[in-house]
Design a binder for this molecule. Structure first.
Ligand SMILES: Cc1cc2nc3c(=O)[nH]c(=O)nc-3n(C[C@H](O)[C@H](O)[C@H](O)COP(=O)(O)OP(=O)(O)OC[C@H]3O[C@@H](n4cnc5c(N)ncnc54)[C@H](O)[C@@H]3O)c2cc1C
Length: 395
């Protein structure tokens, strides 16, 4: 295993750092920081401005995409360094549903018309996507999903309910897993993958408020929605294959070590002004865990460079990455002391007063509550442990 960066990689790292310094808008930084402090939801503009800037720069909005589809085609090491630099500089993340999820499905399994129609908008950040996989009762056991599509001439008629659809309230399009053959011998064999325009009559989006009062996720209802046959990806009843391909992309992107290092450094600075040896010890322990996670990430990177794929070890990265994320939010609450009890909560939910005390304190409890999600989405940590026991330990 070689985890040292080559001189070209270090040069690239510097290029990314300089690009961010020269191009990341201060207005965007200010807008996001104010909203996070006041507990307000981010707007579509907040979420897409940086994406649009990267989209105009050699396909940097799509680091892994092949150049022939307009992406940057970074090597795995370049991609890692790019993501770490963006995270360390506190850049807005790129909403993953288009670039990291449906984009690779479209260019791998879609036809030429689908590629021409959808890839440019995903790259540029003009088209906003959301993911319609989960349903009430079908999360970990996704293959049990009940939303149906029945073919009628040149359309499918889709009926059902998706849930936890992140950013459906902003989205132009949704990619959905839908049952097209209820009589298939195995539930996985009767599922198809559709692209659905969110403006189609019959689609209703209702907010779900998370524990911190934010509206990131939604219920999405589909009531006799007419979907043209040309919106089917690949072959009918082969959707499970495309869905699994997409989930592998989703998981590898979840633990972003750079953002955690930045958070830890902030926390160390806050705690250096407090006389709290117990908290300082907890932070040192977390720092050791984070260093181990960073080395694990680099080891996996080395595997991708040599073997071409991360393997089931990406489940370890997901578990440890999200545990550390959650631990960080706990320590921020501890460092904020009684100020953590005062927090603004959006939409009139949960908030008890205007923020007061230091800036970090205003955000600490809402972030703590919000990040309980990290061990659930992208396949819950318990499910990842099942994968580890089966694929790595052979149990
Ligand atoms: C903030 C947030 C955003 C999300 N965004 C999206 C989105 O945009 N699109 C989308 O489609 N979905 C989204 N999801 C849904 C997410 O993928 C599911 O919540 C997740 O897969 C878990 O499914 P579930 O909620 O139905 O829980 P369940 O599957 O009912 O699980 C409940 C509990 O049981 C445990 N469990 C279940 N089965 C097993 C097992 N076999 N072994 C051990 N333990 C088990 C789970 O780990 C969990 O702790 C989001 C979820 C959250 C919280």
């Amino acid at each position: 295993m070689d985890t040292t960066f080559s001189s070209e990689d270090l040069k690239f790292q510097k290029e990314v750092r300089e690009f961010i310094q020269n191009n990341y808008p201060q207005t965007l930084r200010d807008s996001i920081s104010a909203k996070r402090k006041n507990g307000e939801d981010l707007s579509r503009e907040d979420m897409t401005t940086w994406h649009k800037i990267l989209g105009k720069h050699n396909g940097w909005s799509a680091p892994s995409w092949p150049k022939k589809f307009g992406g940057a085609e970074f090597t795995p090491t370049q991609k890692y360094n790019f993501e770490q630099e963006c995270a360390k500089a506190e850049c807005m993340y790129i909403v993953p549903f288009g670039v990291n999820m449906v984009g690779p499905v479209i260019y791998t399994f879609g036809n030429d018309e689908q590629k021409d129609k959808h890839l440019p908008g995903i790259l540029s950040g003009e088209t906003f996507w959301c993911q319609g996989y989960s349903e009430p009762g079908s999360g970990s056991d996704l293959a049990s999903l009940k939303t149906t599509a029945v073919k009628e001439g040149d359309h499918y008629i889709v009926n059902g309910q998706k849930t936890w659809t992140t950013s459906a309230n902003h989205a132009d399009w949704i990619f959905c897993l839908v049952r097209t053959d209820p009589n298939a011998p195995k539930p996985q064999q009767g599922i198809s993958f559709f692209l659905i325009d969110m403006k189609t009559p019959g689609i209703t989006v209702r907010p779900i408020y998370l524990m911190d009062g934010s509206n990131e996720v939604n219920e999405t209802w589909l009531d006799n929605v007419k979907v043209p046959v040309e919106n089917l990806i690949g072959q009918e009843n082969m959707g499970w294959t495309y869905a699994k391909f997409l989930l592998a992309h989703e998981r590898f992107g979840i633990a972003v070590v750079g953002a955690e290092i930045r958070q830890l450094n902030k926390l160390k600075q806050i705690v250096s002004e407090l006389d709290n040896p117990d908290l300082s010890r907890k932070i040192k322990e977390l720092e050791i865990d984070l260093s181990a996670l960073e080395i694990l990430g680099l080891r996996m990177l080395s595997d991708i460079e040599t073997k071409g794929h991360p393997g089931p070890e990406s489940s370890i990265l997901k578990i440890r990455g999200t545990e550390i994320q959650q631990r960080l939010t706990e320590l921020f609450v501890e460092a904020s002391g009684e100020y953590a009890l005062i927090y603004p909560g959006p939409h009139g939910h949960l908030g008890n007063t205007k923020p007061s005390g230091p800036d970090h304190a205003a955000k600490s409890l809402s972030k703590y509550l919000n990040y309980r999600k990290a061990s659930i989405y992208g396949g819950s940590n318990e499910i990842q442990k099942n994968i580890i026991s089966k694929m790595i330990l052979g149990l």
